[in-house]
Write a protein that binds this ligand. Sequence first.
Ligand code: NAD
Length: 269
Amino acid sequence: MASFERNSLAGQTALVTGASSGIGQATAIELARAGANVVVNFRSSDEGADETVRAIAALGQKAIAVQADVSREADILALFDEAERQLGPIDIVVSNAGLQKDAAIGEMTLDDWNAVISVNLTGGFLIGREAIRRFRAKGLRPEISPALGKLIFDSSVHQLIPWAFHANYAASKGGLKLLMETLAQEVAAEKIRINAVAPGAIATAINAEERESGEDDMLKLIPYGRIGEPADVGRVVAFLASDAADYITGQTIFVDGGMTLQPAFKGNG
Ligand code: NAD
């Protein structure tokens, strides 16, 4: 197989959660650019989801928008059922949906904690478990890909870097790291590949306020000298989903302009 074909997702169907905005939207579009048809999940913004669907249609691929809350088990079963009914078996699943509810630990309510854990971590478990079940039911299609299925989680640099005033978020992403690695270990023999991307600071709605009030402070943390764009992450997800990455499983690729390089030490420490 020529190397350019290994980058192609032609003939494959991808499902992306939280794809009505930000990194999820850009990821859905990059997967389509690589040749996949895409299921665009959204929780509440049907306008954003329609925008994603239109961008994918303009690339000549099929796309459908399906509403589901990833923290609800019944929603996820219905999401996969509807996806398969309309676009056939799913080859690629991207668990991207996530949120922040920031507070100092003394003020963090149990609701703040549960809201973040239930979407970022429990949502990852529910989506991951269902993806694996559906990959198994689909069976291997060697003419399409040597892998039975590809699952990619959107984690964060905060699976590694502690983050004061964001205990719920950092705990959710730390949990996601070992969820991803454990699932990858458990199902690798079935030719299911599971990986993660860990973005640094990417310009999306999740950090719009922080960028407005403190972009200069953010840039001090980024050796590469710019805030990331959602497509910076989407392109890496498309690579991990492709057969060019066929020997990669259980890994996290940091897409962070060097944020994890301990920038405070760059001037001779
Ligand atoms: P965003 O707010 O634009 O996107 C998050 C998406 O998740 C939204 O579309 C939202 O509707 C969806 N969502 C939230 N709860 C949901 C639920 N219960 N069910 C279904 N969808 C739900 O922000 P983003 O930056 O694009 O975030 C995407 C992912 O990237 C998140 O997991 C986030 O933690 C991660 N991330 C972002 C950054 C960054 O700097 N932007 C950095 C590290 C990690």
